[in-house]
Design a protein around this ligand. Structure first.
Ligand code: FES
Length: 150
């Protein structure tokens, strides 16, 4: 079996799917190589992500990682959500086949993009807080198969 039971579960029944009408941060990222797109919505109150949802035109691994990632940041302070790496999400899913690890980068980047949007709406420059959204941790490990678009 290529995929863990947890991946299959989140793929078949993803959590936090759809548009969040009262979101105050929205981020959209794309994977230029495969063409997959992910949109992440967050609602922030007093520095806490009280609600989160996502929509994706993406592969099963992207859906499963987004579902898990939204579960992991829901109810967390922004500072904690920013620390969430794609590796941590993959671990929480009991792993992904190596060739699909890059798909998990989409979820991490979409969360960061949504947080950056939230800061921008508050009139705060997100760059020093959120960092460079273009960075792709998986590139260092899988330069051949990485499709984060860099
Ligand atoms: Fe595009 Fe997985 S193949 S994100």
């Amino acid at each position: 079996m290529l995929y863990s039971a947890k991946v299959m579960e989140h793929f078949a029944n993803p959590h936090n799917v759809g548009e969040l009408k009262d979101a105050n941060g929205v981020g959209e990222v794309g994977n230029q190589k495969c063409g997959d797109i992910m949109k992440m919505y967050i609602k922030v109150e007093n520095g806490i992500i009280t609600d989160v949802s996502f929509m994706t035109f993406g592969c099963g691994a992207a859906i499963a990682t987004s579902s898990m990632a939204t579960d992991l940041i829901k109810g967390q302070p922004i500072t904690e959500a920013l620390k969430l790496t794609n590796r941590a999400v993959v671990e929480a899913l009991d792993g992904l086949p190596p060739v699909k690890v890059h798909c998990s980068v989409l979820a991490e980047q979409a969360i960061k993009a949504a947080i950056a949007d939230y800061y921008r709406r508050q009139g705060i420059d997100p760059t020093p807080i959120v960092g460079d959204l273009g960075e792709c941790e998986a590139c260092a490990h899988e330069s051949e198969s990485c499709s984060c678009g860099e």
